[in-house]
Ligand binder design. Structure first.
Ligand code: ADP
Length: 231
């Protein structure tokens, strides 16, 4: 049976990192609309062309465009056991569209809300690097070895700063999050499928908190542990 985990939280909360860890542990497809849009821009597709200016200004891309990308993505073979949504839904319209799809296909869903103070987010986003190939992010704060060499340990390509991680665009993204995405917390609370998690702690700790919530609420067991981290 398919399952959906929705990761909700402001930019910089660590949704991408957690989605990757959860995807490995639960064998669910990692669906990041931000990554899909950045790939579309890099590939020069029509969707990418339409999205570019919005992303660079820190604004949301049109619901219809994002929903079309997601609709196509959820039908791919790696979604056989379900998905982790990272950065989607981001508006009440997107949440309603997703809800209808999940209900229609009898797919149970849990929303994990990763919360974190604004000042921590701003510091994180200002010191973050990304691999343009695999989209993994690296933070200077955690100073993992690839940052010192400025290349991704997996892909061996140079890390870049995201175009929308500048101070001005970050504050626009946080404002939009508060206005358009934060209302989804109440949306999922009302449906009884919302679990809050403290995002201001080490990634492994956040992962264990999410994994425990998923196990408790959805009843499945992860198959892998994070290398080198003590529980
Ligand atoms: P972050 O969570 O750090 O803001 P993302 O990679 O999720 O980063 O998103 C980057 C940008 O892509 C957003 O600021 C927005 O412009 C666009 N985007 C991503 N997902 C969506 C979505 N579901 N709806 C509308 N725009 C989106």
């Amino acid at each position: 049976m398919k399952t959906a985990i929705i990761l909700l939280g402001p930019p910089g909360a660590g949704k991408g990192t957690q989605a990757r860890l959860l995807s490995e542990s639960f064998h669910l497809a990692h669906i990041s609309t931000g990554d899909m849009l950045r790939t579309a821009i890099k590939d020069g597709t029509e969707e990418g062309g339409q999205a570019k200016a919005f992303i660079e200004a820190g604004l949301l891309v049109r619901d219809e465009l994002v929903e079309a990308l997601v609709k196509e993505r959820v039908s791919q073979p790696d979604c056989e056991y379900g998905f982790i949504f990272d950065g989607y839904p981001r508006t009440l319209i997107q949440a309603d569209t997703l809800q209808k799809y999940l209900e229609h296909d009898y797919i149970p869903a849990l929303t994990i809300g990763i919360s974190i103070p604004d000042e921590v987010l701003i510091a994180r986003l200002g010191s973050r690097w990304m691999c343009p190939n695999c989209n993994r992010t690296f933070s200077e704060r955690l100073s993992s070895s690839p940052i010192k060499s400025l290349s991704c340990d997996k892909c061996d390509v140079r890390l870049i700063n995201r175009a929308d991680d500048t101070v001005e665009v970050v504050s626009a993204r946080l404002k939009i999050y508060g206005e358009q995405t934060a209302p989804l917390i109440q949306y999922y609370q009302e449906r009884g499928t919302y679990v809050p998690v403290d995002g201001d702690q080490q990634p492994a700790k956040i992962f264990y908190a999410i994994r425990d919530a998923v196990k408790e609420r959805m009843g499945f067991v992860s198959t892998e542990k994070i290398k080198g981290s003590a529980e």
